[in-house]
Design a protein around this ligand. Structure first.
Ligand code: M6R
Length: 598
C-alpha cells in the first residue's frame, strides 16, 4: 500500500517527512519521493528503492523548506521506476501531489487531457489528477475549486496531498476510499496515511472522512465537503503507543490482515467487473488473449496456501469454462518432467512472487513452451516480472507469516479469471451476470462473518489443549478444510489434517474419539445432505463437533453447541466466506496457547 505524509510549520520539513516515510515502510513499497515548496519554488526529489536512498539524495540540502509532502509507492499502474514514483506534477511543475489509491477511469481522463494539450511523462493513474487540477485552475483561479471539480471527475479511491505555487503556504488534501488523517501540533500541522508516521510529534488527530477536502496552514486546518460547505471537526487524542499503531491497533499483524479482508477483496474486484458485458475485465491478460483462446488445458501451480487457492481455481475454471484443469505443487513440478506444450496455459500463484519453488516451476513451464501467467500480490516481484502477463491481487503487504488476506484475494482473482475464460467459451450472459453480482456482495458478507469473532474465540478456548484436529469439507470447500488445517498447524502447532468429508470412512475415522475436535464446513450447497451423513458418522464416535454452517440453519444445532454461523452466498463463492472463521479459529487458538502468531 502506498503511504503519504505531509508537513507545514516552522521546522525544516525534510527530516520530518523522511522520518514519517520510514514509519510507513511496513506497508510495503518500491519507491519513495518528496516535494517541498518555498518562496514559490517547488523541488521534487524521488527515486526507485528505499527511503534511505531518498534520504541520501537529499543529504544536507534543502534545509530551508518548511512545507512538503512525501510518498512511498506500491506500484499498481506502471512499473516501479523514478518517473512513476510520486510526487507527480502537472505540465508546468506548479502543482505537485502524492496519492494513495487507484483512479479507475484514468485512461479516459488521460485521453481527454491529452486532447487539451496536456503532456504526460509517467504511466501512473496519479499523474492525471495533477493535470486535472491544472486544467480546472485555468477557469476557477482558485485551488479549492479546482480540486473539488477534479474530485468530481475521477472514479476510484484516493487520498491526495497537494502543494501548489498558486497558494504556496498551504497543503491541500482530499480523500475517498483511502485512509487519511491530520495531526495538529503547536504552530505546525501534519497529514499522513496512518498515525504511525506522525505520532512522535502529535497525539491530536483529526480523521478525514469520505469526500472531504482539507486546507492546512502552519497554524490552522479547515475542512470542507464536496459542495465546499465548511465542516466542523473534532480533534481526538490518540492513546496508543507506536507498536500498537503500526498494527492498526490490533495485537498482531495476522489479526489485522484477517480484518482487512473486506477491503482487500474489494481491491481485487475494483474496476474488474464489467456488468454491461457480463464479463471480467482483466487488463493484465489482454495482451495474451489470442493465445489464451487457443489453450486446451490449464495448469495451476503454487505452494502452501497458494496451492489451496489453486485447488479452488480448478473448480471455477472447469465449472465455467469447461477447460480441463490440473493443480500442481510447484515444489514437485520441475522434478517429474511434466507434459506441456504451447497450447497449455499455466498460472503461477504466489503472494510474495518470490517463492523459490514457484519460480522454478514457472521457468520449467516457460522452457517447455507453455504460456505462463502470474497471480501475485507483490508488484514487480520475480514471478510478476518473469511471467508473460497476469493479474495482481492489490491486497497490500502481508506481514503475518500465515497467509490470510492473500488467500481470499487469490480466490477472488481466480474466480474472475474463470468468468473471463467461461465467457470466451460457452458461459451464458445470465449465469455470468448473477455470479458477478454476488461477487460484489462478498466484502460485506466477509465483514458480517468477522462479527462472530468472540464466538470463535470461545470455541478456540475449547480446542487449545488438543493435540490433533481434523477439518472436513466437500466439493469446493474441501480445499477450505485443507487451508483450515494448514493454518492451525502453522500458527498454533497443533497437528491437523484436512480431508474430503466422505473419505473419512476409508480409514481416518479410526482416529475419532471424544478427544478429537472435528471441524466441518457444512454450508448449504448441493452436497449439504451428504455432509450431514458425515457429521452423523463423527457424532456416533463422540468426536468434538464444530460446525461452520449458514446463519439460520437450525438443523445442525442438534449435533453440537459449537456452531459458527456464516452468511449465505452462492456455493462456488462460499470458500471466500467460509475460510474466515477458520483463520480466526487458528489465530485465537494460537494466542490461547501462547504461540508467536506473526
Ligand atoms: O508467497 P507464496 O504465496 O508463494 O507462499 C507460498 C507458501 O509458502 C505460503 O502460502 C505458506 O503456505 C503460508 N505461510 C501459509 O499460511
Amino acid at each position: 500500500m502506498c503511504g503519504i505524509v505531509g508537513y507545514i510549520g516552522f521546522n525544516n520539513c525534510k527530516d520530518i517527512l523522511i522520518e514519517g516515510l520510514k514509519k510507513l515502510e511496513y506497508r510495503g513499497y518500491d519507491s519513495a519521493g518528496i516535494a517541498m515548496i518555498s518562496s514559490k519554488n517547488i523541488i521534487v526529489v524521488k527515486e526507485k528503492g528505499k527511503v534511505s536512498t531518498l534520504e541520501n539524495l537529499l543529504e544536507n540540502n534543502y534545509l530551508d523548506y518548511k512545507v512538503g509532502i512525501a510518498h512511498t509507492r506500491w506500484a499498481t499502474h506502471g512499473e516501479p521506476s523514478k518517473i512513476n514514483s510520486h510526487p507527480q506534477i502537472d505540465c508546468t511543475g506548479d502543482i505537485a501531489l502524492v496519492h494513495n489509491g487507484i483512479i479507475e477511469n484514468y485512461s479516459s481522463l488521460k485521453k481527454y487531457l491529452q486532447n487539451k494539450g496536456h503532456k504526460f511523462v509517467s504511466e501512473t493513474d496519479t499523474e492525471i489528477f495533477a493535470h486535472l487540477i491544472e486544467e480546472n485552475y485555468q477557469t476557477t483561479k482558485n485551488m479549492i475549486d479546482a480540486i473539488v471539480l477534479s474530485m468530481k471527475e475521477v472514479v476510484g479511491s484516493y487520498a491526495f496531498a497537494i502543494i501548489s505555487k498558486y497558494e504556496p503556504d498551504k497543503i491541500f488534501a482530499c480523500k475517498k476510499g483511502s485512509p487519511l488523517i491530520i495531526g495538529k501540533g503547536k504552530d505546525e500541522m501534519f497529514l499522513a496515511s496512518d498515525i504511525a508516521a506522525i505520532i512522535k510529534y502529535t497525539k491530536d488527530i483529526i480523521y478525514v472522512e469520505e469526500e472531504e477536502i482539507v486546507i492546512l496552514t502552519k497554524d490552522s486546518f479547515a475542512f470542507y465537503d464536496i459542495n465546499k460547505s465548511r465542516i466542523n471537526k473534532n480533534i481526538q487524542k490518540v492513546l496508543m503507543d507506536i507498536s500498537e499503531i503500526e498494527k492498526g491497533g490490533f495485537p498482531h499483524y495476522m489479526l489485522k490482515e484477517i480484518y482487512e479482508q473486506p477491503q482487500t477483496i474489494e481491491n481485487a474486484i475494483r474496476g474488474r467487473i464489467d456488468l454491461e458485458n457480463s464479463n471480467a475485465r482483466l487488463d493484465g491478460l489482454d495482451s495474451n488473449i489470442e493465445r489464451i483462446k487457443k489453450c486446451n488445458r490449464i495448469i495451476l501451480s503454487g505452494c502452501g496456501t497458494s496451492w489451496h487457492a489453486a485447488l479452488i481455481g480448478k473448480y471455477y475454471i472447469e465449472n465455467f469454462a469447461r477447460i480441463p484443469t490440473e493443480v500442481e505443487y510447484a515444489s514437485e513440478f520441475r522434478y517429474r518432467n511434466p507434459v506441456l506444450n504451447e497450447n497449455t496455459l499455466t498460472f503461477f500463484i504466489s503472494q510474495s512472487g518470490e517463492t523459490a519453488d514457484t519460480i522454478a516451476a514457472l521457468r520449467e513451464a516457460k522452457r517447455k513452451g507453455s504460456l505462463a501467467l502470474g497471480i501475485c500480490n507483490v508488484v514487480n516481484s520475480t514471478i510478476a516480472r518473469e511471467t508473460d502477463g497476469g493479474v495482481y491481487l492489490h491486497a497490500g503487504p502481508e506481514i503475518g507469516v500465515a497467509s490470510t488476506k492473500a488467500f481470499t484475494s487469490q480466490i477472488t482473482v481466480l474466480f474472475l479469471i474463470s468468468i473471463l475464460l467461461g465467457r470466451l467459451n460457452n458461459l451464458s450472459f445470465e449465469e455470468s451476470y448473477s455470479y458477478l453480482e454476488e461477487l460484489k456482495n462478498l466484502p460485506n458478507k466477509v465483514n458480517e462473518t468477522l462479527k462472530y469473532a468472540s464466538l470463535i474465540e470461545d470455541i478456540a478456548n475449547k480446542i487449545a489443549n488438543s493435540s490433533n484436529a481434523i477439518f472436513l469439507g466437500r466439493g469446493v470447500n474441501f480445499p477450505v478444510a485443507l487451508e483450515g488445517a494448514l493454518k492451525l498447524k502453522e500458527i498454533s502447532y497443533i497437528h491437523a489434517e484436512g480431508y474430503p468429508a466422505a473419505e473419512m470412512k476409508h480409514g481416518p475415522i479410526a482416529l475419532i474419539d471424544e478427544n478429537m475436535p472435528v471441524i466441518f464446513i457444512a454450508t448449504q450447497d448441493p452436497l449439504y445432505e451428504k455432509i450431514i451423513s458425515n457429521i452423523e458418522e463423527v457424532k456416533a464416535r463422540k468426536g468434538q463437533l464444530i460446525i461452520i454452517c449458514n446463519e439460520n440453519d437450525d438443523k445442525l444445532r442438534k449435533y453440537t453447541d459449537f456452531i459458527i454461523p456464516v452468511p449465505k452466498t452462492l456455493p462456488l463463492l462460499s470458500p471466500i466466506v467460509n475460510v474466515i472463521p477458520l483463520q480466526l479459529l487458528s489465530y485465537c487458538t494460537a494466542v490461547k496457547r501462547g504461540c508467536n502468531v506473526d
